[in-house]
Design a protein around this ligand. Structure first.
Ligand code: PMP
Length: 364
């Protein structure tokens, strides 16, 4: 006699098949921000001028969304080349956010035994994507002032021979720009791709984009997320065509959706609006940084980005107090030993920054 058939639970299938290192993760939690002053995600706080919104509305209304988008996204590429002076001879690949390009690059190099190196603390997606791809991740600690420990990175390159090095320039979440000489030494020593991730280039005084011809292994990664288009999900990487040809083989064929493809060129044509918003953010950054520095017991680190990293007396309590006041920042306490009691505060509009400073003033 057969007994009642035992039906396995979904969890049994999951345990039997999903990799243990994936099961051990927690999915990236995006904080709920309904109705709050949102200073947690390095977004541009300024809305677009009405005339630009109307042009977007008209373009979206006639977008052929019954069709797959242009797989090459040629209109977006031309707009990026024009807006950022990317030479025709340079290879250009687009991603659904630069997050997707990080995944594409990691996947392309992750053969058995391959390692991926980045300083730490830095953008968490470098480590996570190495894990997704099954590549070994080598994190090299930054110095206590968050500058690059070039000697330690060069020693790790010699030892590990990483297929891929990620350098966020400026760095997230520390906000500083590493010394160019250190990056040059890494580019010369690395046996593989070196990605200089310039997500915050609009707020920084330096870039490696004009130096592609000097370094055959340099890939410059950028995003439009921090300059007012986070919702479009558009990142781009510029490198020798030999690199972008290979990366294109890993890219999903229609990774840039049709609406992004009609809207992005319209916004990228608005040089004056983009430049003016970036200038306002930089001016507010100086004001916010100076004001945070005057708070007793608080240290604000130097920044070339659109955020300020601050060490406060009690980050979990300050984060919670700000949240009660309707202000969302990022609490980095517990992320990395060198980020103890650190909050990362995105530069908002003058009114948002005033609200933040008023709320901080009530804390001790
Ligand atoms: N690189 C760095 C250094 C970042 O800080 C971020 C966003 N926080 C990204 C890449 C990803 O940006 P996106 O996917 O929006 O292009």
């Amino acid at each position: 006699m057969n007994g009642p058939r035992v039906v396995p639970a979904p969890a049994d299938f999951v345990t039997a098949t999903v990799r243990p290192e994936i099961r051990a993760l927690r999915a990236y939690a995006v904080a709920r921000a309904d109705g709050m002053i949102k200073l947690d995600a390095m977004e541009n706080p300024y809305p677009l001028p009405q005339a630009v919104r109307e042009r977007i509305a008209a373009a979206v209304a006639s977008a052929p969304i019954n069709r797959y988008p242009d797989g090459g996204a040629d209109a977006v590429k031309s707009a990026l080349r024009r807006a950022f002076g990317i030479p025709e001879a340079a290879g250009l690949i687009l991603g659904n956010g630069s997050d997707e390009l990080i995944q594409i690059m990691t996947t392309a190099v992750a053969q058995p035994g391959a390692s991926i190196l980045a300083p730490e603390p830095s953008f968490v997606m470098y480590r996570l994507n190495a894990l997704y791809a099954g590549a070994r991740f080598v994190g090299v600690p930054l110095l206590p002032d968050f500058s690059l420990d070039t000697g330690a990175v060069l020693a790790a390159i010699e030892r590990e021979r990483p297929a891929l090095v990620f350098l966020a320039y400026p760095n997230n979440p520390t906000g500083n720009l590493f010394a160019a000489a250190g990056i040059e030494a890494i580019l010369r020593a690395a046996p593989g791709m070196v990605v200089v991730d310039e997500a915050y280039h609009a707020f920084a005084d330096a870039s490696f984009l004009a130096r592609l011809a000097e370094f055959p292994n340099l890939v410059v990664l950028r995003t439009v997320s921090k300059i007012g288009m986070a919702g479009l999900r558009l990142g781009y990487a510029v490198a020798a065509p030999e690199w972008t040809t290979e990366l294109n083989k890993v890219r999903p064929p229609y990774n840039l959706n049709a609406l992004t493809q009609v809207v992005a060129p319209l916004l990228l044509a608005e040089d004056a609006v983009l430049a003016e918003q970036a200038a306002r953010i930089k001016a507010e950054r100086s004001r916010l940084h100076a004001a945070i520095c005057t708070l007793p017991g608080v240290v604000a680190f130097r920044t070339q980005t659109n955020f300020v990293l601050a060490r406060v007396p009690d980050a979990p309590r300050w984060f919670e107090h700000l949240r009660q006041e309707g202000i969302l920042v990022k609490n980095l306490h517990g992320w990395h030993p060198s980020l103890e009691h650190c909050l990362r505060i995105t530069v908002g509009t003058p009114a948002e920054n005033d609200a933040l400073l008023a709320a901080l003033q009530t804390l001790r």
